[in-house]
Design a protein around this ligand. Structure first.
Ligand code: S3P
Length: 438
């Protein structure tokens, strides 16, 4: 998503304080809409994410015959049966929409086309084309990129060892497997977010997990029954507010009702390792997903934020923090010593090349950052002067740079800032309110 809006962020000032909520979890929202559309009967969703990515999934499912209506904070989903869409399905900026729907459409008895915006058209799709073709779908593409033309039909069960750690790939196969002729097993190289597994169970599918293996029962779509889904706040949005609190003095923020599924809390572990005081309160369970309030506070009175230290981040820490690494890079600029992020080459194929977009953006704010093939090296403690930076059309880059700018000496401008609407339309207002201590 790209636009012309430039947002001005005031340099460092007072504390970041207040109690807020964030939009519903984007990953869980996509899955609730898709699985709700495959289920028999009505699904009632509370707290669906209000960003543009989830709207792309809703529009795609409507084109496929689903009725999706939102009123008074509740979204109802019903679908008798999926039908051939009247034209190409536009996934917009959303990789999750394109890849997960490719799984669903591979099993339908009609032909369909999935396309997307200019950013999504650059992102790799062969990672879903390969396993779905092994199951029997016929998929053509533009050299492994969108648009995909999918001729769906009867699918065979497979055992598939994924070459990349990707929840989108795992989920595309799992959704296709619901229509296969036997049990499909997916083997992950590293544990990725398991929202599809949890949501499928919640809807009544047969699905089991054993270590790195996920097995989905064949002809499982028959067992899906419409149900109620309550969507927790998105930790990937909350983390930007947590990061802003951590780099400003005398913080106290509480982010209410955040999803803290252990496959998503890697950023909290990393920030704690850097020395941050982040606490979780009031554990609850929403349809199999753990939910808590996140609190960042300086418990010792009369002190500014605790000094954070630079650390090394890599290996299995990466998948559980993949979307939060831009926020962590922003925090690392304010830590003592060097932070090295490695093993994160996947960042290069996100909504933008996040390694190069974050390196350039943080440098333009005055930070000392080096780009490496699979990560970055950030010298902490170099004062940021502020400056003009560009989001590269990527929501998480826009938010991470805005967070870094809150700790800079002077004012900064974030160009092409509209893209925050992908996942967190109220981000700038929320940040402003917290900086005003409201
Ligand atoms: C997502 C999985 C991750 C993540 C993306 C959402 C999902 O992508 O980066 O924002 O909802 O399954 P990959 O599967 O490409 O790692």
């Amino acid at each position: 998503m790209s636009g012309k809006t430039t947002i001005t962020i005031a340099g460092k000032g007072g504390p970041v304080r207040g109690t807020v909520t964030v939009p519903g979890d984007k990953s869980i929202s996509h899955r609730a809409l898709m699985i709700g559309s495959l289920a028999r009967g009505r699904t009632e969703i509370t707290g669906l994410a209000d960003g543009a990515d989830v709207a792309s999934t809703a529009a795609a499912l409507r084109a496929l015959g689903a009725t999706i209506e939102t009123s008074a904070g509740k979204t109802s989903v019903r679908c008798e049966k999926l039908i051939r869409p009247p034209g190409a399905i536009d996934a917009g900026n959303s990789g999750t929409t394109a890849r997960l729907l490719a799984g669903v459409l591979s099993a339908q008895p009609f032909e369909s086309i999935i396309t997307g915006d200019r950013y999504l058209k650059k992102r790799p799709m062969e990672r879903v084309i390969t396993p779905l073709s092994l199951m029997g779908a016929s998929i053509s593409s533009e050299g492994g990129r969108l648009p995909l033309r999918i001729k769906g039909g009867k699918l065979s069960a497979i055992r598939y060892r994924m070459p990349v750690a990707s929840a989108q790939v795992k989920s595309a196969i799992a959704l296709a497997a619901l229509f296969a002729d036997g049990d499909t097993t997916i083997v992950e190289p590293a544990k990725t977010r398991d929202h599809t597994e949890i949501m499928l169970k919640h809807f009544g599918a047969r699905i089991t997990t054993a270590g790195a293996e996920v097995t989905v029962g064949g002809e499982g779509a028959e067992h899906l029954r419409g149900t109620e889904v309550e969507i927790p706040g998105d930790i990937s949005s909350a983390i930007f507010l947590v990061a802003a609190a951590l780099i400003n003095p005398y913080p106290f923020i509480r982010v209410r009702n955040v999803g803290v599924n252990p496959t998503r809390t890697g950023a909290i572990d990393i920030l704690r390792k850097m020395g941050a005081d982040i606490r979780l309160f009031d554990q609850r369970n929403w349809g199999g997903e753990p939910v808590e309030d996140i609190v960042v506070a300086n418990i010792q009175q009369g002190q500014i934020s605790k000094q954070l230290n630079g650390i090394e981040i890599g290996g299995s820490e990466v998948p559980a923090a993949i979307d939060e690494l831009p926020a962590i890079a922003a925090v690392a600029c304010f830590a003592r010593g060097t932070t090295v992020i490695s093993g994160a080459g996947e960042l290069r194929v996100k909504e933008s090349d996040r390694i190069s977009a974050m390196t350039e953006g943080l440098r333009n704010l005055g930070a000392k950052v080096e780009e490496t093939p699979d990560g970055m090296r950030i010298e902490g403690g170099v004062p940021l002067r502020g400056g003009t930076v560009n989001s590269a059309g990527d929501h998480r880059v826009a938010m991470a740079l805005a967070v870094a700018a809150t700790g800079a000496e002077g004012e900064s401008r974030i160009e092409d800032a509209d893209c925050v609407a992908i996942s967190f339309p109220e981000f700038f207002q929320t940040l402003e309110n917290l900086r005003g201590g409201k």
